[in-house]
Design a binder for this molecule. Structure first.
Ligand SMILES: [Zn+2]
Length: 379
């Protein structure tokens, strides 16, 4: 028997995943029971469907044991090349690539559910990585929140163009709160950043007259650029310029989010270094080149989510007061208040993202008594 089969099934902590079930995604409502301890299946008493306890996790419908899958994905998220895993664990290369793709999609869903929540970001830094692929070049654009070191997501494109930047900025906007304090963007000199940020960070005003809604830019949006001059391979000079906002407002955000310092992109550049060491296809002068933009996207989400939830960051630790610990380690997700503990990789891979709440179907006429009862309880 596999070790995880010895763990008790807990219907009180699970939820129904049937997209048509009124109770979908709701925990502890008493609609779930155990269908089979041996097969590890739950039953929903409302929609009468049974489902595996693994459904919604990376391990669903995988033949190998969860412990092996976790071990392989932990290695992949820390820079181990696929070929080394194939040889060490006697697995088929297609199996390992399939697990990587599956875990990338899962981590992206976890990221969109937990990280893409309105929060006060303070200072955000953006940058693009040039990635050598088997056919040509790919660009990986990423963003980081400086105060919490939280990775805010990534986008991949064959071109370093406005569309790539727009998709990245849309992601950052989903993580930001319009009601928070000033929001400072620090980025390189790529011309498409400032107009894209100003276009994306707008909200609709309530309509007062006929025609299109008026859009207003977020208040207290600050934009700063760091442009490096190169002499061959070496940096010969750095020009810092403020595109929008006053130097006093920019300095105040930098003071509040990182302490002393000037306008910089050091935090995102440090994160680029972490990604280069944690994703084997991003290493410089490697022969383990990425094949497709989809595999680079999946790898980036696996590494980024493991970085956010499973890796304690030295600069985020706090002096400990209880239990005799000298320091209390914190992950970026803990610093951002998204979770209270450092997750294991298995916990991340088994996390089940709840589906959106049930919406009653739109029908003509008066709802039936049975539908009214469902709406009252679950709607
Ligand atoms: Zn159900």
């Amino acid at each position: 028997m596999k070790p995880e089969n010895l763990l008790p099934l807990a219907p009180a902590q699970a939820f129904c995943l049937n997209p048509d079930c009124p109770a979908k995604g709701q925990v502890g409502q008493g609609n779930l029971g155990v269908h089979s301890h041996k097969e590890r299946r739950f039953v929903c008493h409302l929609c009468h469907q049974t489902f595996s306890a693994r459904k919604g996790s990376v391990f669903y419908r995988l033949q190998k044991e969860a412990a092996l899958v976790t071990q392989v994905l932990t290695l992949l998220a820390h820079g181990c090349p696929v070929q080394a895993i194939v040889v060490a664990f006697q697995l088929d290369e297609r199996t390992v690539r399939d697990w990587l793709a599956k875990s990338g999609a899962h981590c992206q869903a976890v990221h969109e559910h937990l990280v893409e929540q309105p929060q006060d970001l303070g200072q955000v830094q953006c940058d693009e990585l040039r990635v050598k692929a088997q056919r040509g070049v790919l660009w990986l654009a990423m963003a980081i929140c400086v105060r919490t070191r939280l990775w805010l997501g990534a986008e991949v494109s064959p071109q370093r163009d406005g569309q790539l930047i727009e998709r990245l900025i849309q992601r950052v906007k989903r993580c930001a709160s319009a009601l928070g304090g000033p929001l400072l963007f620090c980025m390189d000199g790529l011309a498409s950043y400032p107009p894209t940020i100003k276009r994306v960070f707008r909200e609709k005003l309530p309509r007062t007259a006929r025609g299109r809604c008026q859009l207003v830019e977020w208040p207290r949006l600050l934009l700063a650029q760091v442009v490096k001059q190169y002499d061959g391979q070496r940096v010969s000079g750095v020009a810092r310029r403020i595109y929008q906002g006053t130097s006093a407002a920019v300095a105040a955000v930098i003071q509040a989010t990182q302490g002393v310092g000037a306008i910089n992109t050091a935090y995102i550049e440090r994160l680029n270094g972490t990604f280069r060491s944690c994703l084997s296809s991003l290493a410089r002068r490697t022969r383990a080149l990425t094949r497709t933009s989809a595999s680079l996207h999946a790898g980036a989400y696996l590494v980024g989510t493991v970085y956010n939830f499973c890796t304690e960051h030295t600069s985020l630790r706090l002096p400990g007061l209880v239990g005799g610990h000298k320091w209390l380690g914190r992950t970026p997700a803990m610093a951002a208040g998204l979770t209270t503990h450092c997750w294991s990789v298995k916990e991340l891979l088994s996390y089940r993202v709840p589906p959106a709440r049930w919406r009653p179907p739109k029908r003509r006429g008066r709802p039936s008594a049975a539908l009214k009862e469902l709406i009252k309880q679950w709607g």
